[in-house]
Design a protein. Structure first.
Length: 487
């Protein structure tokens, strides 16, 4: 498991890089004709001029446009004469420049005010500048930070935003950025993906890198009767796991010993349940979940400790293979209602799995469910509300592959079957290709960054499979998660 690489640092301006929150506060007090109080902060701090002007207009009855002009003038006058960089701000900007980490200025102030501040800080310090004039919606909407990331060709999850107000924090987090909050006037609480410090003094590029979420790569894989249909299957299985750089693998059809043998060869931890299910992990397994004597079909889980602050429950499920809905649809022409009715056995197995997951995890624990469900997804079939995946969704589990690839027509993600282009009965009928293997998650401290199917080489079709590099009749599913926790 690794940290994501730091692609850029996105700085708020007022109160973060320069001590202008005080100047803005004084300007609003001047226009309001009274001292502001803590109750006024949500209308003043981190807000564009137009928002504060509209608030003052509602209170005073003066035209909002006139108040905005006056606020602009009062604030600009104070900026020109009283701007002061915040402690540690210039040192951090210089350190990022030495490390060649791009920076952006992302402010709710208008362009004229930003340019005045940039004259003091040095405009060459920033590769991109986004002001209130540059997006349709400004903070707390995510638009400014999303615009900065687009301009830098950067992933928000790989960019740290530095903010001083809750309004700015809300904007950056809505865009998907980890946040370093350095409160100027109002306190800000810690939260997952958010670090709160008193000052920028002593903050280094390395410290910002450490704020980025860690990656966890989870593989779901049906081994096909342990892999025994393919020569030298264990070595080929190990190669797949190493090539994908997976951290955790949820296994089905283990043949009883595959989870243990693979884990021992890798120097990993493992949990085996029944004769069919297993989980292997490069991180320690601190608890075994579910029924250890589960039958060939069912589910098993393991609690995995990523570090002292983060544990995740990873489950693997294998649901009954018959009757198989895609066959009934393609070969028998059954309508949607009958297809759904025939899912009763798998639906009961999924409900039992979801019940066990809920009992073990409680309300807040991160959960990942891998598995061969032997059922298509309701997200892929426009005319069939497949109930197995619907039940998982209703329980709060998200489909990582469809998060990464929302369009099933463009990215079908088929996992059944790389070795069955034709049906096994010798009729020559095309085998229905479908997505029946999954990596689901509940989003608690987890964000799916990417998901893809995995097949090695170009497998030969059944029955000529013994020499295949790919030792299974299913494609595997590999999802890369970002992990978040409060600091």
């Amino acid at each position: 498991m690794t940290r994501l690489p730091l692609q850029a640092v996105l700085f708020d301006m007022d109160g973060t890089l320069v001590d202008t929150e005080r100047l803005w506060w004084e300007a609003v007090e001047e226009v309001a004709g009274r001292a502001l109080t803590e109750a006024d902060q949500p209308k003043v701090l981190g807000r564009p001029v137009e928002h504060t002007a509209a608030w003052l207009s509602a209170v005073t009855g003066a035209p909002a446009a006139d108040l905005a002009d006056t606020l602009h003038r009062e604030f600009a006058d104070r900026v020109r004469t009283g701007i002061v960089p915040r402690p540690g701000a210039l040192d951090l900007l210089d350190a990022l420049a030495r490390e060649r980490v791009p920076t952006a200025l992302v402010t709710a102030s208008p362009r004229a005010v930003a340019d005045t501040v940039l004259d003091v800080l040095g405009p060459s310090r920033f590769a991109v500048t986004v002001t209130a004039d540059d997006t349709e919606h400004t903070k707390p909407a995510p638009d400014p930070y999303l615009a900065a990331c687009r301009a830098l060709a950067a992933d928000p999850a790989r960019c740290v935003a530095v903010e001083d107000t809750q309004t700015g924090v809300t904007s950056a987090e809505a865009a998907g950025c980890p946040v370093l909050a350095v409160p100027s006037l109002a306190p800000i609480a810690t939260a997952p993906g958010r670090t709160v410090l008193d000052s920028l003094e002593g903050v280094t590029p390395e410290r910002l890198c450490a704020m980025l979420p860690r990656e966890l790569r989870v593989l779901s894989w049906n081994l096909w009767l342990g892999g025994t249909k393919v020569d030298d299957h264990r070595a080929k299985q190990l190669k797949v796991i190493l090539d994908t750089d997976a951290d955790v693998v949820g296994l089905q059809e283990t043949g009883g010993t595959a989870a243990r043998e693979l884990a021992e060869a890798l120097g990993w931890h493992h949990h085996t349940a029944g004769q069919n299910l297993g989980i292997i992990s490069r991180h320690p397994i601190t608890g075994c979940l579910g029924d250890p004597d589960v039958g060939f079909y069912g589910a098993a889980g393991a609690r995995i400790r990523i570090d002292e602050a983060f544990e995740v429950d990873v489950w693997t499920a294998h649901l009954h293979y018959t009757p198989y809905g895609p066959y009934e649809a393609a070969f028998d022409g059954l309508p949607a209602a009958e297809l759904i009715a025939h899912e009763e056995v798998r639906l009961a197995q999924m409900r039992d799995t979801l019940r066990r997951i809920a009992q073990s995890a409680g309300a807040d624990r991160a959960v990942i469910l891998t598995g061969d469900f032997n059922a298509p997804s309701h997200l892929d079939w426009p005319d069939v509300e497949w109930p197995v995946t619907k039940a998982a969704e209703k329980a709060g589990l998200r489909d990582s592959y469809r998060e990464a690839h929302p369009d099933p027509a463009a990215d079908p993600g088929h996992t059944w079957s790389p070795v069955h282009p034709e049906h096994e009965d010798g009729s020559g009928r095309p085998e229905p290709q479908d997505r029946i293997d999954y990596v689901l998650h509940n989003g608690h401290g987890l964000k799916a960054l990417d998901s893809r199917t995995v097949v090695s080489g170009t497998p030969r079709a059944w029955p000529d499979v013994a020499g295949n590099d790919w030792p299974s009749d299913h494609a595997a599913v590999l999802t890369t998660f970002a992990l978040y926790h409060a600091e």
